[in-house]
Design a protein around this ligand. Structure first.
Ligand code: FE
Ligand code: FE
Length: 270
């Protein structure tokens, strides 16, 4: 495998180390990011953002227009990489391709962070990126920097702070108001085009408290349980394909052009 693919096992423990981030500007940038994210992502905020953005009435772009925009964005929540997002998407897709993953999954890897174009509409990073978590019920202390939830106004709403909060046992994650960001946004955009496994990868790839820490199982239904291994299968490609060597877009573009054309319409509504 070349340097564009996955990190070796002994190197994997260096990723997602929030106390000692790999990127030079990491600690303060990422900590400040999560302070703002946990303070502002309330149950009401999430529902308002869904009402605002899931109408997809802002503009029409080709998938490549959106990718071009991502070329200018560096994610403040990411302790591992400070490369433009397009490089991350190519690294993710190429690592899957090298491992012989199914075609729909390579496409899913290639587009999984496309929802970060929300930044293009002036949204702050704390409303676009970072680990996601359920709102409307008690917070798990396995969520990264969970101490910042003390700053969230929902902490003073007792009805939102019980184990189940607004939800019922086994209600299914689809019924849960996840913190708002690129995952939920792109999931709704891609619903008509990808298999359920790919849709789960997109919607829950930042929900580490669930797919890594096995928290919030009491909210899951049988479909969530069946799909979880796919989200977990996706994760190493998202995480451990990150490396500072910039891949060549020109080299891989013809392959991804064909793949996008096979599954997605020429233009998407954002
Ligand atoms: Fe992401
Ligand atoms: Fe990603």
């Amino acid at each position: 495998m070349s340097e564009t693919h996955l990190a070796t096992e002994e190197k994997q423990s260096a990723y997602r180390d929030y106390a000692a981030p790999q990127r030079a500007d990491g600690f303060d940038t990422v900590r400040e990011f999560y302070r703002l994210n946990h303070m502002n992502q309330t149950y009401d905020f999430v529902r308002a953002k869904k009402a605002e953005f899931l109408q997809f009435n802002r503009r029409t772009m080709t998938p490549w227009d959106a990718l071009d925009y991502l070329n200018t964005l560096v994610d403040d929540s990411d302790p591992d990489i400070a490369l433009p997002q397009i490089d991350h998407l190519i690294q993710t897709g190429e690592a899957m391709r090298a491992n012989g993953e199914p075609e729909w999954m390579v496409l899913t890897g290639f587009i999984h962070d496309l929802g970060k174009v929300l930044c293009l509409f002036g949204e702050p990073q704390w409303a676009v990126v970072g680990d996601t978590f359920p709102t409307g019920c008690a917070y798990s202390n396995k969520v990264v920097w969970s101490e910042f939830f003390a700053l969230n106004p929902d902490i003073k709403r007792p009805e939102l702070q019980t184990k189940y909060g607004m939800y019922e046992h086994g209600c299914g994650l689809d019924a849960v108001q996840m913190s708002w960001g690129h995952d939920e946004y792109l999931y709704h955009m891609m619903k008509p085009y990808l298999p359920l496994e790919g849709l789960y990868m997109i919607r829950y790839h930042s929900f580490y408290a669930w797919h890594r820490e096995n928290e919030y199982q009491h909210l899951c239904n049988a479909q969530d349980d069946a799909m979880k291994p796919w989200v977990q299968r996706f994760n190493p490609y998202d995480l451990y394909s990150k490396n500072p060597n910039r891949p060549s877009l020109a080299e891989v573009k013809p392959y991804y052009e064909d793949l996008l054309a096979k599954y997605l319409p020429g233009e998407l509504r954002f």
